[in-house]
Design a protein. Structure first.
Length: 218
């Protein structure tokens, strides 16, 4: 079966608006910017976020810069594959590997930034939340290995919605400080854990059915 890692399955809540934004921005990408340039900019965003979080220890206004990095990474991630497809210059296997490895680096950079910003009392919860989000990524790769279908959205939630969640957290930190985050974080972790459980259960059940159908073939 041909490699299909460059194709993404699953529809998030913001999918329609996201596609419209992609089509609006795509013609505005300069010709000298290639798909791999856009992919590799995640390295820049990942390096800047912990730095800005360090600055935010003295002034929470630096979290606006963190939000700009999240938006920048969203735009470059949104357009890298689209540029390759539109110009027929895409690198399917390289793009799949590098893009998603850098997605993990970017996610880790955000949580590392929170560990830099927030007191030590938050660190265990931050680590646990990172493990949960990483669980979703591992799930996607394992499901792809079994089905050759690469899904990035589950229960209507995909990378775009997760980025918006981080932006919202940063805005709340700027406005209310760290006290309210301490109260809200356990609920966010519980919701993530429930979502991961449901996603893994549904996928495991589907794969079980596929295996049983294969076994029962004459």
């Amino acid at each position: 079966m041909a490699f299909q890692g460059h194709l993404k399955y699953g529809t998030s809540l913001l999918h329609v608006g996201e596609e419209r934004l992609k089509q609006a921005l795509l013609p505005r990408v300069p010709l000298w910017i290639e798909t791999y340039h856009l992919t590799l900019t995640t390295v820049l965003w990942s390096a800047l976020i912990p730095l800005f979080c360090l600055f935010a220890r003295t002034s929470s206004q630096w979290l606006w810069a963190v939000n700009l990095c999240i938006i920048g990474q969203y735009i470059t991630d949104l357009l890298d594959g689209a540029v390759g497809r539109a110009r027929n210059t895409g690198l399917k296997k390289w793009g799949y590997y590098v893009d998603h490895f850098l997605d993990f680096i970017f996610l880790s950079a955000i949580f590392f930034g929170y560990a830099v910003l927030l007191p030590a009392s938050f660190h265990k919860m931050i680590l646990f939340t990172l493990v949960m989000f990483t669980g979703f990524m591992i799930h996607s790769f394992l499901e792809f290995a079994c089905t050759n279908r690469f899904a990035i959205s589950y229960l209507g939630v995909g990378p775009t919605e997760i980025r918006l969640l981080f932006i919202a957290v940063n805005v709340l930190l700027i406005i209310f400080g760290k006290t309210y985050l301490a109260a809200a974080l356990p609920y966010a972790v519980a919701a993530s854990l429930f979502g991961l459980f449901v996603t893994v259960y549904r996928t495991a059940r589907h794969l079980w059915q596929l295996d049983m159908m294969e076994k029962n073939k004459p």
